[in-house]
Design a protein around this ligand. Sequence first.
Ligand SMILES: N[C@@H](CCC(=O)N[C@@H](CS)C(=O)NCC(=O)O)C(=O)O
Length: 304
Amino acid sequence: MPAAVDSSLLPARATGAAARLVAAHAGEHALKLYGGWFCPFVQRAWIVLREKRIPHQYIEINPYRKAPEFLALNPRGLVPTLAVPVGSGRQAKAPRKRRPLYESVIICEYLDEAYADERAHGPALLPPDPYERARCRLWIDHIGNKIVPAFYRLLQHTPAKDYSVEEARENFLGHIRTLVREMLEIGEERSDRGGGDEEDGPWFLGRAFSLVDVMLAPWAKRLFLIDHYKPGGVGIPAADQVSDERDAQIWARWGRWFDAVVARESVRETWSDNEQYIAAYQRYAEDTTQSEVAKATRKGERLP
Ligand SMILES: N[C@@H](CCC(=O)N[C@@H](CS)C(=O)NCC(=O)O)C(=O)O
């Protein structure tokens, strides 16, 4: 088992907007989110709880400490971890036992399905059509298995690595480009079907905010860390500086998505002050952190 790495260096709790959210959800509730303010995987679950206005209790824990009570809920010892009341979410007022769930994607899908009453919780975050739903999952997979690992590979780049920062950046941007190409195609399919006159939305699916947007939002918010710590920064080209026409469309579309996602209320509400992230991620930027994600990135292994 890893030592109590990093734990003492983290600021202990959320600040800013996220601190207000934590305070508003400190009261006892059968549905509990165990989270860490700094964690992008937690932010995914938090965003869904906010989007769907799901009553819950937020409990800040330090996942690096691996407390036995925490490991009893989640043997992987990672946040987010959700404790779901027996008899399911809203109905169970005084549950005797809780059922744990973990893995951010699984938690988000569970919340979307378990709180499906549109009048209380708004529209579903995955489309009703099975093909379109599966297509969203395909791009959620792309985010989790391509974009997110490439983000850490870039953030953890140091001059000692056997790859250059330019290579890490190109790799990261390439995976973003692939996702945005799909966003453009979805928009083009819509205009082919005759929906072209409608004002299209900025989200992955156009007008409907979905779990695909949720899955990438926390890393979009953290891109400034790459600008802060890495030479050359993220390096997203300005759309008007790109000569290739398709590339210009791609980066303009990315800009529209990015501006919308960082302004989304649920994303802002789950965000602490920028300086806290700069402090917390310094060990990633120096490649000294012993978090499971960082260790896997260092070894070139699949993320936990
Ligand atoms: N695949 C997991 C990853 C969660 C994860 O890595 N969480 C980090 C915090 S950002 C954690 O709990 N780290 C504890 C550790 O590395 O020991 C998910 O999607 O929920």
